[in-house]
Design a binder for this molecule. Structure first.
Ligand code: CMC
Length: 430
């Protein structure tokens, strides 16, 4: 971080010098940490559109160029040549593993795939019709009640064990949430399977009938995990960091991230997007929905379109589109009507001046739902799958934050516009 430049702020005939930092990539930042003390003013940036809240070495996005790098490696290379657990290692430890390191890491994750047996009873307290995300928020938060030996955040070993536990158990918990919602028995993990195949089996096997995951579907599943693994300081990651800044335990922090991810503007967009494609139903109805998306009086938005950071294209969406073609081809789902609607919607939207002007492009959620539905997942499982994939990103960012000696509790300020001081009025006088 080079610190040679400064910025000057002038107001009320006073001038303040603010230090600047130059990152290894991306725009310079003006450091305002001492601004209030020196100048007595706050900065105002609701939605954090221009605010860097932390220093990080994990993920870099150039939204104008459509670039996403994890520890410097581009997402398309990772999605094409690597696999999820290797990417987990990269995110957590900063470098690609050697063969021996990868073997050791995979063994450590695999050893932790089962959940405490008592957690089965905990699941049974939920209504069967609960959304699996609701169940996951509760169960992941409750992990701190089951794994006391990995909640001391001041102990690096406990932080490491908590990280491995979360990466290993989230697929088991997501699959259990699914099984519970459809009234089927829980399927225990099988450690001779790879991470993605194990998840597919836990979702689709039943005691009466074994399930053999197709290697191509496992590969597609693994790629979906990889494409969602991390995305720098998005809303849920920032939530995890904020929760963690108070010293909360890692399970509580990840539960907070899951809760934030659930919203339709974030991870819930994959479910909302598929529901939208179904509502559109046929290619001839697309213009009606495009018109609604452009109408300022209509709250409707094209789900799976637009991104706070990507203003060119979302590099994850490119890989996802390719994957959708491959999976549907494998499953023999030719002329899938949803895929047809999606492709035509994308084509029409990209030619439309409104979307061009506002730089709205398909994001990662636009095609993922089509793949997941073709694999047999109900829409309610789309966001839980995003959550289990993103867990490694959250935990890597949380670990980075805890290890940062400059770390402080997150505490934004505000532009207060409410009533100023007034005396309490007794009820009979109001
Ligand atoms: N359809 C129609 N108009 C849109 C859309 C959309 N999907 N997205 C943005 N706009 C318009 C918006 O109305 C606004 O217009 P104007 O300037 O005239 O008021 C302009 O584009 C900028 O939108 P914004 O809401 O200020 O942009 P943002 O950066 O705050 O929001 C977003 C980004 C992703 C929340 C938004 O694009 C959106 O709601 N998209 C649909 C939901 C979605 O697909 N979310 C998944 C994001 S990728 C996965 C993830 O990270 O979770």
């Amino acid at each position: 971080m080079a610190d040679s430049k400064t910025a000057t702020l002038t107001f009320d005939n006073k001038t303040f010098e603010l230090p600047m930092h130059s990152p290894s990539a991306g725009p310079d930042v003006i450091d305002i940490t001492k601004l209030y003390g020196q100048a007595g003013v706050f900065t105002h940036d609701p939605g954090f559109t221009s605010t860097s809240a932390c220093e990080s070495t994990i993920t870099y996005i150039d939204g104008d160029a459509g670039v996403l790098l994890h520890r410097g490696y581009p997402i398309d290379q990772l999605a094409g040549k690597s696999h999820y657990l290797e990417v987990c290692y990269l995110l957590l430890y900063g470098e690609l593993p050697t063969a021996a390191q990868l073997e050791d890491f995979e063994a450590r994750v695999t050893n932790h795939t089962m959940v405490h047996e008592q957690m089965h009873n905990f699941f049974r307290g939920f209504r069967r019709d609960a959304h699996p995300m609701a169940t996951m928020v509760g169960v992941v938060g409750a992990m701190s009640a089951f794994y006391h030996d990995s909640t001391d955040i001041s102990d690096p070993w406990q932080r490491e064990v908590a990280s491995i536990r979360l990466i290993a158990k989230l697929p088991t918990i997501a699959a259990m949430a699914y099984k519970y919602s459809i009234g089927q028995p829980f399927v225990y993990p099988r450690n001779d399977l790879d991470y993605a195949s194990n998840f597919l089996r836990m979702c689709f096997a039943v005691p009466a009938e074994e399930y053999q995951p197709d290697p191509i579907l496992s590969r597609a599943m693994d790629r979906i995990f990889t494409l969602h693994a991390d995305h720098e300081q998005n809303a849920s990651t920032s939530t995890v960091r904020l929760a963690g800044s108070s010293g909360a335990n890692p399970f509580a922090c990840i539960a907070a991230g899951i809760a934030c991810l659930w919203g339709p503007a974030h991870g819930g967009a994959n479910q909302a997007c598929l529901e939208m494609l179904k509502e559109i139903g046929s290619v001839d109805r697309i213009p009606e929905f495009i018109a609604r998306a452009k109408d300022k009086e209509d709250p409707f938005r094209l789900m799976g379109f637009g991104h706070r950071v990507y203003k060119n294209f979302d590099p994850r969406a490119k890989v996802m589109k390719q994957s959708a073609d491959e999976v549907l081809d494998l499953l023999g789902v030719e002329n899938n009507p949803l895929l047809q609607v999606a492709k035509e919607l994308e084509r029409i939207a990209l030619e439309d001046a409104y979307f061009a002007e506002k730089k709205l492009f398909p994001n990662v959620d636009f095609y993922s739902g089509i793949i997941l539905e073709a694999m047999g997942f109900p829409t309610s499982m789309f966001t839980p799958i995003f959550a289990l994939s993103r867990t490694v990103g959250w935990i890597s960012q949380w670990k980075e934050m805890i290890a940062d000696p400059k770390g402080k509790i997150g505490r934004p300020r505000q532009l207060y516009t409410g009533a100023t001081y007034r005396d309490y009025v007794d009820i009979e006088n109001r």
